[in-house]
Design a protein around this ligand. Structure first.
Ligand code: BES
Ligand code: ZN
Ligand code: ZN
Length: 497
């Protein structure tokens, strides 16, 4: 797999010290060690409003060199998350420099005194590398960079004497950031360009290059497989649906082995709401309604490079949700692949229809666990805001695994319940289920709806990424647009499974 996405990202390497040729230098500063900053007293720093708190930035420039001081909080609790954000803040200021340096020596010296110093140093270099790569991501397909921005710059991360060893920490970081960049590219692409056909084609091409097996189901195969929910959503569109299945089999493992994990992602390439049409303002951004599928596909593509030792299979249903003459009507009933009938009372609750079918297919693989990612409900954004995903599951151990993977990777998830007594909110008088519940708690009823399509005895988690899949402002390692949310958590989870 190519390490970097098609988008612009800087090149990174390690060095013992910051190269003399660097015209811009990033210096992480601990809030309790302000006196270590060269050439400036802590009083002077504070007068400039710089305290070394996380996200503090102070730029000092002279004729030949720019110094960027980056607050990372206290040295007693070194947090890779602050360093990831600091590296991203730095690299955004370095886009007119060919050679840049990021001085990590001081932080590594502090860490090396701690007990598990070697391990923590490796993850710190990993986090900084991710921050540099992800912070420099730009979606340049339709807009050229501003004048003066250089198209290739290199950032040397100064790590002192252990440069050789720590250089290895950059290798997985490059694969991870490359995958996040690929997911962002897909999410940022307009719905009119990234049709289901195009989405499946691009994803399958990248998957094959990466060493995965890719199988595209077209409309005939989807009909033959009786994926009623996917067909129902696709009815109103002139674009054909697709379902992409990707398989990663580790070297030496038989192809008949059951997968450890199945991943499922919502791939609505544009969500107009269907006949339950969205209001004008709510429709903006609905090209991003395939972010779950993008994250799943990008994750799959990074598994070979990361040398994952588990078999993983993904299912990503793809269609847009449109209003054509053949569109499903509120009140229509379809039959899902697992035989359940569903009364569709709101065609804008379409994600659960396509995900249900993918969850049935995933269940048939008899994996130990299934995880799905979806921009599923506006209610989840109301509850948790734009930066935190909702996590629902039928298994508490799986919740803990996902929570700890998210923590390590710098993504935020919050555990929400699947209340048993809310299930009756989905009862229909004339079918097995209806596709909407009562007005309140829409995220939870959506989760309960999905649970109906997971086979008994399989651990399953649903991550509602409607909020964090995109961002409207620069925030740490995320620039405006698609964030690739979920890729890092999934890769961390699968690598340590
Ligand atoms: N794609 C939307 C959810 C969404 C909303 C994602 C805002 C990102 C930002 C989903 O298909 C949808 O429209 N859900 C409805 C469900 C309702 C009709 C039960 C919603 O959230 O309003
Ligand atoms: Zn919708
Ligand atoms: Zn949707």
């Amino acid at each position: 797999m190519a390490d970097l996405g098609t988008n612009g990202m800087v090149a990174i390497k390690t060095g013992k010290v910051v190269p003399k040729s660097a015209t811009i230098i990033g210096e992480p500063v601990f809030s309790d060690l302000l006196d270590r900053v060269e050439g400036l007293s802590s009083e002077a720093l504070q007068r400039h409003g710089f305290n070394g708190s996380a996200d503090d930035v102070l730029v000092l420039a002279d004729e030949t060199q720019t110094r960027v001081l980056l607050g990372v909080g206290s040295s007693d609790s070194i947090d890779p998350r602050s360093f990831r954000r600091a590296a991203a803040a730095f690299v955004r200021r370095a886009d007119r420099h060919v050679k840049a340096g990021f001085d990590l020596q001081g932080a590594l010296e502090v860490l090396e005194r701690s007990e598990d110093g070697a391990e923590r140093s490796t993850s710190l270099v990993g986090a900084v590398s991710e921050g540099l790569l992800l912070g420099s991501y730009t979606f340049t397909t339709y807009k050229k960079p501003a004048k003066g921005v250089v198209d290739s710059s290199t950032v040397t991360v100064a790590v002192g004497e252990r440069a050789g060893k720590l250089a290895k920490a950059m290798t997985p970081a490059r694969s991870i950031a490359g995958a996040v960049g690929f997911a962002r590219d897909l999410v940022n692409e307009p719905g009119g360009t990234l049709t289901p056909t195009e989405f499946a084609k691009r994803a399958a091409a990248r998957a094959k290059e990466s060493g995965l097996q890719a199988q595209i189901m077209d409309e005939k195969a989807i009909a033959k497989a009786r994926l009623g929910g996917l067909l129902a959503v696709n009815q109103g569109s002139t674009e054909a649906p697709r379902l992409l299945k990707l398989t990663y089999t580790p070297d030496g493992m038989g192809s008949s082995t059951k997968p450890t994990l199945c991943l499922v992602g919502k791939g609505i390439t544009f969500d107009s709401g269907g006949l339950s049409l969205k209001p004008v303002d709510s429709m903006i951004g609905m090209k991003n309604d395939m972010a779950g599928a993008a994250a799943v596909i990008a994750t799959m593509c990074a598994l070979p490079a990361l040398g994952v030792t588990h078999k993983v299979v993904s299912f990503t249903p793809m269609t847009d949700n449109m209003t054509g003459g053949a569109a499903q009507r509120p009140g229509d009933i379809y039959t899902a692949r697992n035989g359940k009938t569903v009364e569709v009372l709101n065609t804008d609750a379409e994600g659960r229809l396509v995900l249900g079918e993918a969850l049935v297919l995933a269940s048939e693989q008899k994996p130990a666990a299934i995880i799905d990612l979806a921009t599923l409900t506006g209610a989840c954004v109301v509850a948790l805001g734009e930066k935190i995903a909702g996590l629902m599951s039928n298994d508490d151990a799986l919740v803990e695994r996902i929570e700890s993977a998210a923590r390590a990777s710098g993504e935020r998830v919050w555990h929400l319940p699947l209340p048993e007594d809310y299930r009756k909110g989905l009862d229909s008088k004339i079918a097995d289920l209806k596709n909407i519940g009562p007005r309140w708690g829409g995220t939870l009823t959506a989760g309960l709806f999905l649970r109906e399509f997971v086979a008994e005895g399989i651990q399953w988690a649903h991550i509602d990424i409607a909020g964090p899949a995109t961002t409207s402002e620069v925030d740490g390692e995320n620039g405006v647009g698609g964030t690739g949310f979920g890729v890092r958590t999934l890769l961390e989870l699968i690598s340590n499974w």
